[in-house]
Design a protein around this ligand. Structure first.
Ligand code: GLN
Length: 541
């Protein structure tokens, strides 16, 4: 029988509920259990695809083309396991389903209400992901006390009643703030948050307490007493250097032991050896590289979550620490700003802000032999730059940014031109890509064909392909059935490669993405040339 673990959050948002849920998933997996993950988002948007990354962070794309919450990225990266559209849903999606059924006449005669109709739909989605697995971990977005999350919490409460308390566990992630003036950790916000949960009929079994300072055994005992949990069930979650340490921090305090005991699970003995080794490598790298990221949301890191993580994984593959610097592409002094970086990455993006600066950055990378990695928009930028400055097609552009350009090197396919509703209408999800033998991409992947995830509307315009190729920008990856350019690369350059897809979504710490690994290898090489180590430089002289 499947066991359910509900993860809720209290006091404030941004406590890292997603990392906690992923870490618990990892710990269960390390005991040989099969795990399913689910994220419920209490907002009304049907999916986050139409939301601004400023408000919501990155949109994570699954293999089956769902635009989902970025926590699914953490789930995939921690569990090394693919998520699908059923692993994330919003209040909007639940209401959409229930209202469609009402219109069809499924509820004829009854008044359609939050309880039971909305909660039943939520519960059926909880059960759908739990089929055939040992443990289903369900993270409920938002903070306890929000109006929006009430139907989800109510559904979770009912699950406890229906499946029995041995089969359902409630875990609450909360904050224990440190008050500098009195030099004290405070438990009151946690007490209130647990009180709020109890009002709606949920008594948490385990508390994960986010804190800046170590929580003493006395304070743990106090939290346990006031919140009515076992002392062993008060788990401290201090700030750590790397998110990948969190499963180990939890394990040290016996969190997995506590979960298997409360849920009466029979498990194999745990195996965290490989994970421990990866964290060790991550924390004591031999090399250091600086990567400049030319994105739009320079001061909001969540917008590029998967890219940041994939760069870090590329670092692990090369025993290197990756120092990511956000570049403001509108800075007139950009030339100087990138003079000491070891690689430049242009991530995906929409809208025309900062496009000219990105084109300039691509040019500097191409001409200055700096490793360049373009992701989605980053490929389109590389193509525009090459068309303008090498092919001398003045004003070449993407029709996204200049609909009247004389040289539309990036353009919409006919089927995209007729799109009226924006939601879920891009080229989304996995597509096959055949690699050109002998190319940089082919060498990095070590195979002839790959599949990667997409999220974009515009494509390289095939009318210009021959011109681009003849001048040296080679199409080294093609989606054959539609003859679409998926990868371009420069031959006469240490490492210049751009992809129309989003490789960052498939990178995991246990399996760094080959292109990110190859890009960081090129950056390590550049660092070696720019700053030879003392032994090398003395050897040279
Ligand atoms: N705006 C571009 C397009 O829609 C690129 C999208 C992206 O980078 N994800 O094609």
């Amino acid at each position: 029988m499947t066991k359910f673990i509900f993860v809720t959050g209290g006091v404030v948002s941004s406590l890292g509920k997603g990392i906690s849920a992923s870490s618990i998933g990892k710990l269960m997996q390390a005991r040989g259990l099969s795990v399913a993950m689910l994220k419920c988002d209490p907002y009304i948007n049907v999916d986050p695809g139409t939301m601004n990354p400023f408000q919501h962070g990155e949109v994570f794309v699954t293999e089956d083309g769902a635009e989902t919450d970025l926590d699914l990225g953490h789930y995939e990266r921690f569990l090394n396991q693919e998520m699908h559209h059923i692993n994330n849903f919003t209040a909007g999606k639940v209401y959409e389903t229930v209202i469609a059924r009402e219109r069809r006449g499924d509820f004829l005669g009854s008044t359609v209400q939050v309880i039971p109709h909305i909660t039943d739909e939520i519960k059926s989605r909880f059960r759908a992901i739990a089929k055939g697995v040992d443990v289903a971990i369900i993270e409920i977005g938002g903070t306890v006390g929000d109006i929006e999350s009430l139907p989800f919490l109510e559904a979770a409460r009912q699950m406890g009643l229906e499946h029995g308390r041995d089969n359902v566990l409630f875990l609450h992630v909360t904050l224990v703030p440190y008050i500098r003036a009195s030099e004290e950790l405070k438990t009151k916000p946690t007490q209130h948050s647990v009180g709020k949960l109890r009002e709606i009929g949920i008594s948490p079994d385990i508390l994960i307490c986010r804190t800046e300072k170590a929580i003493s055994p006395e304070l743990k005992a106090k939290i346990a007493l006031f919140c009515s949990v076992q002392k062993e069930s008060v788990i401290e979650a201090p700030d750590v250097e790397s998110i990948y340490e969190v499963p180990l921090v939890f394990h040290k305090q016996g969190l997995d032991e506590q979960i298997v005991m409360l849920l009466r699970l029979r498990t194999k003995s745990r195996d965290l050896e490989n994970w421990t080794e990866l964290v060790r490598r991550l924390k004591s790298p031999r090399h250091r590289v600086k990567i400049a990221m030319a994105g739009k949301y320079t001061d909001y890191k969540d917008a590029y979550k998967s890219v940041n993580e994939a760069l870090l994984h590329g670092g692990v593959a090369n025993d290197a620490h990756v120092d990511i610097r956000f570049l403001d592409t509108s800075d007139p002094d950009i030339h100087r700003k990138i003079s000491d970086v070891h690689g430049i990455l242009v991530p995906g993006g929409f809208g025309d802000r900062g496009i000219d600066g990105k084109i300039r950055v691509a040019q500097l990378a191409r001409e200055g032999n700096i490793p360049y990695f373009g992701l989605c928009l980053g490929l389109q930028i590389a193509v525009i730059e090459f068309a303008r400055n090498v092919l001398k097609l003045a004003g070449a552009h993407s029709t996204e940014f200049d609909p009247r350009t004389k040289y539309p090197v990036i353009d919409l396919l006919p089927e995209q031109k007729s799109v009226k509703e924006m939601g879920a209408s891009m080229r989304l999800g996995t597509y096959e890509c055949a690699l050109r033998k002998g190319s940089l991409a082919w060498k990095a992947y070590g195979r002839a064909s790959v599949s990667e995830r997409h999220r974009h509307r515009y494509e390289v315009n095939n009318k210009f392909r021959k011109l681009l190729e003849e001048a040296g920008l080679k199409a080294s990856g093609i989606h054959a059935s539609k003859d679409l350019v998926e990868i371009v690369e420069l031959r006469e350059h240490p490492w210049f490669l751009a992809v129309q897809f989003h490789p960052e979504f498939k990178s995991r710490i246990e399996k760094p993405h080959p292109l990110f690994a190859s890009f960081i290898a090129a950056a390590v090489e550049r660092a070696r040339i720019l700053e030879p180590s003392p032994s090398e430089s003395s050897h040279a002289s």
